[in-house]
Design a protein. Sequence first.
Length: 344
Amino acid sequence: MNPNDRRVPSDTRRLPYIEHSPDSSRFSPALRQALIATAPDYFSWPSRQQDQFRRDMPGDVHALLDQRLDEATACEDRCEMQRSNTVNRLKLPLFGIGQDCFFLNEPGSDWYDMATVADLSRAHFEADPDREENKRPFMGQFYPAWCRYLRKEDLVYSTLTSFHHHVLDNIAERHDALIAKLIPYRFVKGSKHGKQSSGGYLWDMKRDAGGLEGQLDALMECAWKIQNALYLQALDDSHARNSGQVFRLVKSDGVDPMSHWIFDGLRAMQHVRLTHFLTDVQNHRASRRTLSTLLQSYLAEAETRLHQEHSDIMQHWNPTLARFKRKRKIILSMQAAEELLDEE
């Protein structure tokens, strides 16, 4: 399994229930009105019922709540993304917990019963035992998770991740750029690209490397092995370092900035409570320079090893010994096909 592949469990584990009733004093007039229109008796319910309602809200009820909030704040001048952000900010005091209205974008609602980021890590570790790193003793194995919270009443979208995943992401990015230089290639349409199949459309794009497609495949497979090895090494190193440090990076997709909180091992995760998220990450925050210094040795080794593999492949390539590569059929939904195929 590639470290960037994640199996989402169909069943969530059941933890001891911890009540986190919403703080209605932080509800805006728009949210109060939308709640009354959606669930007229909400404000007469006991706190536990209010807590269960926001945890287990049916999809159709959630959609109706969003619609009411959108109608209450609608403005023709705002784009769809701005309207979505407004709705998400308004409803966060209902769905979030603690000082910052922290909300985790994870399947299920078990995270409400967790105390720290370390508990989230433990849940990831237990939910996916087939992952290679999860076959080791628990030491803070953590798959990146999306969250949102309020900072000075402003909505912030964020990613929670671990040092070893940060290493993996950066090596993968560096390898992608390096491979494109070592064996230049471009994507071309295959004969079946865009054709209908099984209620969707086939995705058939192939790499054209000017006759070096076999060598390219071999180099990419070597890159994945290097990335996995350094990913596991970074997990071990982070656990041995036991620094307790948390790093913050801000990246942008070209539209909105997103904060990335990077936890250097289990101790760092144990320090951060979900109900006091911003206070705790700030108390254990370290500099980006420290993070960059820690990362550099992995990037250097990843480049050196890939150059060595490239040299070996180009000198000793034998197509008769190349591993058979099983073909995979990729079928896109109609919506995905319309977006992707129109971009070509």
